[in-house]
Unconditional design. Structure first.
Lengths: 181, 310
């Protein structure tokens, strides 16, 4: 049996994005020395929305940004049935001396973010790295990694899955909790 | 499709089109990686690769070694000239001894055709054929086709000419298989003494006139005259070969269109290719070398993904 419940709807996601952007502005003001980096594949949709919102809020012309592919930096290549299909590495900039904000949709074990930090270092030495995530599944961490900005913190057990749907992929923005018995 | 249908890369003959497409797609990612400020990724951190070269090689060996190091694999090198093979050890014994040191992937070049196939049946490691006699040289064919795809947008429908010593060339055979699988039209050109008897079976026709052949093609892959493999004289002299089958600026200037020139290296300048052509903008010889690293990274990465750790 599959049970599913909505954690966030479209409106709630919009409000959450607005709040997260205000928190970012508090720390980064004009974003001149900040780079926003979405984690491929699903973090990029979230990152795109954050950037769009920031641009309207601070009327900045451009916010430096990129998308990082972590496939080759993962630690589970030989522990999977199928090989990881890499996404596009879209980082046409250096992060040397920059304040980086990594963006992903769900923070779960922390392993993806560990890989993303590794991948990031290939593009220079950032002055700092922060993490922004829409959903934080606390109590599920394998590594000592915590987000700086969180949309919603949830408590879920391993058999429950959190699915973030984006309009571009599934026709609507919403966050679901799916439980299979 | 996100997994190779084969466990080893023994030859293009054993690959499906979807395998080649997957290797190209993965190589696109690695090409970006090797143009990053830091060109190394930790993917194969817990993998050990042995490069066994029973025959001389410079660029293939360097290219494999670089690909392996960029993937963070541990690498051991072996060259037969300085090994126990000289003392009479068999291929299987040599390789089993190396495997006892816990090697996961073997990259092998060997003078005997089929050596890598033999190895894959007898030992428990992933095998990558880096050239076996006059049989196949799959990574070279992959990087050649990848370079055509990069230059022309696609391989399908392109007319590719292979010029030179087809008889002794593993590059030619692998190229024919690879390009045909990708939907290109392949023809060859060279003296008939250097054409294999099985050309018809491959579905490849032969031009004896170089100018006519170049007029037909979009891409000309010019092969090296392999003097070391020729036990008898197949043509009167190198000078005569250069005059009849050498690709030079004068010949290219006489064509109605511009064509792309490729060469797997090493070039015998002034024999199969003149210097002014080798260094011209039509030649993508150095792009081939760069793509070689990306292609080999992709092949090793995809094969390593098939090794199960637990």
């Amino acid at each position: 049996m599959i049970e599913q419940r909505e954690l966030l709807n479209k409106k709630e996601i919009e409000i959450t994005i607005e709040r997260l952007c205000q928190q970012l502005i508090e720390n980064h003001t004009d974003f001149k020395n900040t780079v926003i980096v979405g984690v491929q594949p699903r973090g990029t949709y979230f990152s795109k929305r954050i950037i769009a919102k920031l641009q309207t809020l601070i009327s900045a012309t451009t916010i430096q940004n990129g998308n990082i592919d972590i496939s080759f930096y993962r630690d589970d290549l030989m522990r999977r049935e199928e090989p990881i299909v890499p996404e596009v590495m879209d980082m046409n900039l250096s992060v040397e001396g920059k304040k980086v904000v990594l963006i992903d949709d769900v923070l779960f074990t922390g392993r993806s973010i560990r890989s993303a930090i590794d991948a990031l270092m290939a593009f220079g030495r950032p002055s700092s790295v922060e993490l922004l995530t829409l959903i934080d599944r606390r109590f599920s961490r394998h590594l000592p990694i915590q987000p700086n900005y969180v949309g919603r913190t949830i408590d879920a057990i391993d058999s429950e899955r959190v699915i973030v749907e984006w309009k571009e992929l599934s026709g609507q923005d919403r966050v679901l909790m799916v439980k299979s018995e | 499709m996100s997994n190779l249908s084969v466990d080893h890369l023994l030859g293009i003959k054993y690959l499906k089109k979807s395998d080649i497409d997957l290797i190209f797609k993965t190589a696109d990612n690695f090409k970006k990686i090797i143009n990053q400020p830091i060109k190394k990724v930790p993917s194969l951190r817990d993998i050990t690769i042995a490069n066994l070269f029973f025959e001389n090689s410079t660029r293939t060996k360097l290219s494999f070694e670089l690909a392996e190091k960029r993937l963070s694999a541990d690498v051991i090198n072996f060259a037969s000239a300085s090994s126990s093979v000289k003392k009479g050890e068999t291929l299987l014994d040599t390789v089993n001894n190396i495997l006892a040191m816990k090697v996961d992937i073997v990259v092998m070049r060997h003078p005997n055709p089929g050596a890598s196939v033999f190895l894959s049946r007898n030992i428990d490691a992933k095998i990558v054929n880096a050239g076996d006699g006059a049989h196949e040289h799959p990574t070279q064919a992959l990087l050649d086709a990848y370079s055509i795809r990069e230059k022309h947008g696609k391989v399908e429908g392109k007319k590719v000419l292979i010029v030179g010593d087809i008889l002794h060339s593993r590059v030619a055979l692998s190229n024919i298989y690879c390009l045909q699988k990708l939907g290109a039209e392949v023809k060859v050109c060279g003296p008939s003494s250097l054409m294999p008897k099985h050309l018809d079976a491959l579905g490849v026709t032969h031009f004896s006139d170089l100018k006519e052949a170049l007029e037909w093609c979009d891409v000309a892959n010019v092969l090296r005259i392999q003097l070391e493999r020729q036990d008898v004289n197949y043509f009167p002299s190198l000078r005569e070969y250069a005059m009849v089958y050498g690709v030079n600026k004068q010949v290219l200037d006489g064509l109605q269109k511009e064509i792309t020139i490729m060469h797997p290296g090493p070039i015998n300048r002034g024999v199969e290719l003149s210097s002014d052509v080798a260094d011209s903008k039509h030649a993508i010889i150095l792009d081939q070398v760069e793509n070689g690293v990306a292609i080999r990274m992709a092949v090793l990465y995809l094969l390593a993904g098939k090794i199960k750790n637990n």
